[in-house]
Structures are given as structure tokens and as C-alpha cells.
Design a protein around this ligand. Structure first.
Ligand code: HEM
Length: 410
């Protein structure tokens, strides 16, 4: 990618909303060179694509925004994983890969992990309150970047001591695939990704030898079969690929949504005060935050045959970028779409967790963590406010939109 295109991609990632607005009001679809895709940004069009998975394949859903250098790809190739994953699979294979994840994230399993999530959330808040000199915290590193990894780690069955390394590995994979970096940095990131994959493989072998009631065991059984004694090398690659995908899908997204939710509530402090006074509004506040500044802004699809969408003809093999975040700001479904308003009448359903075959199986887990977070912060730190003078910048990514840092006072 040339330097000029990279700068434009960076700008677009930090604030994609003007582009979505232009694309919504344009006739047909808009081609976006920075994304190398046709942008689908209207609510009705995004829904149509999601309802037609046979015409719009997910094969390119995780296609990197920036293709890593051959030397970095070679490092990755020597690691674990590299097998089909749920988010990029279609049809029968997709259903097969999705089933154990849905079981592992069932309401009962999520319910069972909630006491742990509540305990960890409270401990993280205690910790930063104790350390916060004069009542100050950087929320992303002290809380938002930590709780979701710990919670998904518990659900999968990881040793809590391994969670920081696994979270770090997920971030490095995201950087490698979605950020332009010099070749030496790419190789270092690829080495971190491979080290994380080896950690995951050690977990897979240990769990296979000693199965438990957890998502990790569920995934292993789905790959190896209930009675199979042997865990082959191919099985190990398959389960590691599953886990890598889950780690990226599961914690970075939730971290991002915690960050943007707190940011928007505190930016318009009357809404924060309303929430403190009327905590029964917390579920509505979560939905509004998920809609207004969507964590997973969009994923790609590729046409499997010639199709016409919004009047634009797309030959087979054409990439489209499905902007959930663009649809969530469509005035035809959400009146005053650019306003963040937790008192918005319920019922205008957003697309922040997708729709149809690939709809997010972790949405309940994400929502519960947001609920715990807002219950804790509104009850324990109602005086919370944004530290003055800070320049809040959003991370340059379309898959985990969040503030880079969030300095808060109380
Ligand atoms: C705020 C948090 C989250 C957001 C915004 C989010 C959003 C999404 C969206 C939009 C999709 C659909 C992608 C597509 O159509 O291609 C998706 C899929 C997925 N999400 Fe989430 N998610 C979140 C949290 C989680 C959590 C906590 C987990 C797991 C613990 C998870 C696991 C997955 C998986 C495995 C898929 C792929 C499903 C499939 O392809 O069938 N997500 N997520």
C-alpha cells in the first residue's frame, strides 16, 4: 500500500462516519479504494446482504486491511492454526464450526461465569481506586483492556496467569493484519502471534488429556469427536485456529465497547447523571452505545455470483465492506442518528452484533460485561468525569473502535 493511500486509510479508520454518510446518500454503492471494496452503508442494504449468505460469502471477512510482508507470512506459516474458522466459513462448514461455540456461549454457560465476571470487575475497580492518585485512572489499560480477556479466559478454561499473554497475542494479530508496519515490526508481531499459538496448543493438549466443563473442551470434542482418544497434529491446528478467532472476536470487541460507552456517557455528562439516578436505564444505555459508536464497524463479504445490490451490478468475486456502523446511523431506521441519546425510544434495532447466519454468539456475554461495568461505575464512582485537557483519539481500526486512552477523574 502506498504512503498516500495508507494516510487516507488511517484518517478513514479514525473517523469513518462522514464516509458512511456520503455513501448512504449516494446513488447505488460507493467504491472505496482505501478498503479495496464497495461500501454498503444503508441499513436496508446491509440487512439484505446479511440475509443472503449464499450470494455474499464470508470467505474474506477477515481479509487484512494491509497484507503482511512475505517474511512475516513465512513466520506465521511456521506456527499453529491456519485452518478454517467460523467467521470466514460458509454453508455446512460454517454450521459445523459454529455449533460448539454456540453451545459454549449458551445462556447457562454465560450465567455460570457471571459471578466470576462480577468479582473481577469489582476487583479491578478496587485496584484502580486504591492506586488512583487523587482520583484519576486511565480506564482502557486499568479496566476495559483487562476484564473481557479475564472473562473469556475463564469461559474457555485458560489459566488466569496465561490471560495477559493471550490478550497481548490477540492485539499483535490485530496490528499485523490491520495496521501498516515496517517489515521488522511485522516479523516481531508475527513471532508474538506464533508464541501465543504455541501457548494455545499447550492448553489444547492439556485439556484433551483432562477434559472439563468449559468452552475449550467443547471445541476439542467438536474437532476430535466424543470418543476419539488421539489428538492429531491436524486436530491441534484446528482447535488453535478456533481459539485464535475466538480471542480476537471475544475480548477486543468488548474492550472497545466498554471504552466508547463510558466515553459517550461522560462526554454528555447529563446522560451519565441520568444513568446514576436511574440505573434501570443501563440496558438501554448499552444498546444506544452499541448503536452509536459500533465496536465492530464492519466486515467484508465477497459475491459468489453476479448480483445487483442497491442498483449497482457486482460481478462474481467482488468484495463489499458491510458497514454495520453505517447502517446504525441510517436516519430511515434511527431518527437523529448521530445523536447519542440513552433515552431514545426502544425498538429501532441496531446491527452492532450482526444478523442472520453469522450473528454474534457472544452478544449476551458482551452485554453482561457492559451491564456489570455500568452498575459498578455508576454506583461506586458517580462523580466520574473526563479529565480536562486530554485529546481523545480513536484507535485507527474498523474492527475494534475505541479510544486509545481514556483519562478519568472522580
Ligand atoms: C461488544 C462486543 C462484541 C461485538 C460488537 C461483536 C460483534 C460481532 C458481529 C457484528 C459479528 C458478525 C460478523 C459477521 O457478520 O461477519 C460477530 C460475530 C462473532 N462474534 Fe461477536 N461481538 C462482540 C463480542 C463477542 C464475544 C464476547 C464473543 C465470544 C466470547 C464473540 C464471538 C463472536 C464469534 C465467534 C463470531 C463469529 C460467528 C459466526 O461467524 O458465525 N463476540 N460479532
Amino acid at each position: 500500500m502506498d504512503a498516500e493511500l495508507h494516510d487516507r486509510l488511517d484518517e478513514l479508520q479514525r473517523d469513518p462516519y462522514p464516509l458512511y454518510a456520503r455513501a448512504r446518500s449516494a446513488e447505488g454503492l460507493t467504491y472505496v479504494p482505501e478498503l479495496d471494496s464497495w461500501l454498503v452503508a444503508r441499513d436496508a442494504d446491509v440487512r439484505e446482504v446479511l440475509r443472503r449468505p449464499e450470494d455474499f460469502s464470508s470467505a474474506n471477512a477477515l481479509r487484512p486491511d494491509v497484507m503482511p510482508a512475505p517474511a512475516a507470512l513465512a513466520v506465521l506459516g511456521g506456527g499453529f492454526g491456519g485452518r478454517p474458522v467460523v467467521v470466514t466459513a460458509d454453508g455446512a462448514l460454517h454450521q459445523e464450526l459454529r455449533a460448539p461455540i454456540v453451545r459454549g456461549l449458551s445462556p447457562a454457560r454465560v450465567g455460570a461465569v457471571l459471578p466470576y465476571a462480577a468479582e473481577r470487575a469489582a476487583a479491578l475497580v478496587d485496584d484502580f481506586v486504591k492506586k488512583g492518585q487523587g482520583g484519576r485512572v486511565e480506564l482502557m489499560s486499568a479496566y476495559a483492556g483487562r476484564l473481557p480477556g479475564e472473562v473469556i479466559g475463564r469461559l474457555v478454561g485458560f489459566d488466569p496467569d496465561d490471560v495477559p499473554a493471550l490478550v497481548h497475542g490477540g492485539r499483535r494479530a490485530e496490528q499485523l493484519l490491520f495496521r501498516p508496519m515496517a517489515e521488522a515490526e511485522q516479523i516481531a508481531a508475527a513471532e508474538d502471534v506464533v508464541a501465543t499459538a504455541h501457548l494455545l496448543d499447550a492448553f489444547v493438549r492439556a485439556r484433551h488429556a483432562d477434559p472439563r466443563e468449559d468452552l475449550g473442551t467443547e471445541l476439542i470434542v467438536s474437532v476430535v469427536g466424543p470418543d476419539a482418544a488421539e489428538l492429531t497434529l491436524d486436530h491441534r491446528h484446528q482447535v488453535v485456529a478456533h481459539l485464535q478467532n475466538l480471542l480476537i472476536a471475544g475480548h477486543l470487541t468488548t474492550t472497545a465497547l466498554i471504552g466508547t460507552t463510558v466515553l459517550h456517557l461522560l462526554r454528555d455528562r447529563r446522560q451519565w447523571e441520568l444513568l446514576c439516578a436511574e440505573p434501570e436505564r443501563i440496558p438501554a444505555a448499552i444498546e444506544e452505545a452499541a448503536r452509536h459508536d459500533t465496536a465492530l464497524q464492519g466486515f467484508r463479504r465477497v459475491t459468489t455470483r453476479p448480483v445487483t445490490l442497491a442498483g449497482t451490478e457486482l460481478p462474481a468475486g467482488t468484495p463489499v465492506f458491510l458497514a454495520f456502523a453505517g447502517a446504525n446511523r441510517d436516519a430511515s431506521r434511527h431518527p437523529r442518528p448521530d445523536e447519542f441519546d440513552i433515552a431514545r425510544p426502544a425498538g429501532s434495532r441496531h446491527l452492532s452484533f450482526g444478523l442472520g447466519a453469522h450473528t454474534c454468539p457472544g452478544s449476551q456475554l458482551a452485554r453482561e460485561q457492559l451491564r456489570l461495568t455500568l452498575e459498578l461505575l455508576t454506583s461506586r464512582l458517580p462523580g466520574l468525569r473526563l479529565a480536562e485537557g486530554q485529546r481523545i483519539t480513536m484507535r485507527p481500526t474498523l474492527i475494534h473502535r475505541s479510544p486509545e486512552r481514556l483519562e478519568l477523574l472522580w
